[in-house]
Design a protein around this ligand. Sequence first.
Ligand code: HEM
Length: 504
Amino acid sequence: IYNVAFHPLSNVPGPSNWAASRIPFIRCLLRGTLVQDVERLHRKYGQVVRIAPDEVTFAHPDAWTEILQPRPGRQQFLKDALWWSEPSPKSLINAIDPATHARIRKTLVPAFTSGALKAQEPIIQRYVSLLIERLRQQVHAAEVADGSTNGAVVDIFPWLNFTTFDVFGDLGFGESFNCLEHSEYHPWIALIFDNIKAIAFVNSVKFYPALDWLLTRCIPASLKKVQADHFQQVVDKVRRRMNWEVTREDLMFHTLKEAKEGQGMSLDEIDYTFAALTIAGSETTATVLGGIVNFLSADGARCRLLSDEVRSAFASEAEITLSRVGGLEYMNGVINEGLRLCPPVPWILPRRVPAGGERVCGVWLAGGTAVSIQQYVLNRDPALFHDASSFVPERWLAGEDSQAASPYASDQRGAVQAFSVGPRSCLGKQLAWAEMRLIVARLVWAFDITAAGRERDGGGGGGALQWEHLRTFLLVEKRAIAVRLRRRQARAGGRAEGGASGSA
Ligand code: HEM
């Protein structure tokens, strides 16, 4: 009764059972449906909703700057210790203290500049070429088997994951995970999603400190062992990388250089940071790519627009380089639309309102209140985007926001911040864009892509897979995206693949 009627947050809109206890939140978190359930609450109660006794969540464009962007005269909203605290030592991602975070981030920044990315391009290209080669082999094998030219049906999600993990393995540790080489998940990677799911479960226990001790002891020994083995593999990789005299400037180069000089990160911090980076730098990019392929495969007209743009921009596959793909306007629209509808971090985990309280999006909140941002919900808000749940790359094209006649003129493009903003925003944004551009361009250069099957429960959304049905356990759970890949066919005035040089 106190939480609902007398608590300082009792004036914030929201369902009374969520305001009364954490239980509805935890139930949805453990079911993996929190994002969809909170979306229903936002549509009913508005852009600011109380989703727990001490948490208010925002699907409001101003929340990005008001919560995450430090401003003069205002204290910073720090990451909520409940989600990011011990037992692990500090890493870039879980460091809460701004000075610790800034020290770790400063060490890593040189590895993520445009100059560094240029030097990393040959490594990224190598794995994108291997991806295309493996997919071509599948098409060839299927066509030989059934004596047709119908191509092959492929679940594309694992292949995208293989590529982003192999790229990160090479860039981060100097050794690929060899997923593409062996056409299967490295056993360590196969466990990552279970590990993330486990974190969601463990965190739900932390809401009840009195039970925490007991429930933590209920976590099966086998799960604890999986987590320990997982981490040990990163430690082994870091140690191997440290013993190599590598001159190329990969992601660990500057970190190790500073560590040798007794600066930057401690060994523990390096281990934990690179363990977190392996997931942050691979799962995320693969999710957006999966979303893009899913939507395009179900929309022949838009897929053709994209492949026409790519195929007419380059005379050969070898010409598809980072410096040249950046200028493809329709492709940029496709990727932006993928980031809008399929954000791999669908909700930004809570920050705490600083002591003394602050106003956020017009609502006064007491110090210590947890505040989170629902970017999946925000990006699909019909009040902010015309035809909000449809995949429409055109909304991002130059001029659409200034032509009064365009249905997308009033779209709030700035509300989409898939990489977040402020000092904790994504460090790998440029690397992610580079991978997405090269992979999307090379896929539509090489193949005509169509959806191979649609979910039987169908209805709305578009794509072989209904994105709205995917569960979230901090990150988005992956399900099969069955697409038919055919070697590209010549269109009027165009070239068939035989005319393209530089095969992978
Ligand atoms: C499309 C791909 C990606 C998206 C949409 C994305 C999104 C995000 C978001 C939303 C955050 C902030 C999370 C929070 O504040 O709770 C974040 C943080 C981060 N991301 Fe990404 N990410 C992507 C790819 C990558 C890649 C490729 C890397 C590196 C290899 C990377 C490294 C990081 C790191 C290190 C942080 C933590 C930064 C800090 O706390 O200072 N991400 N990312």
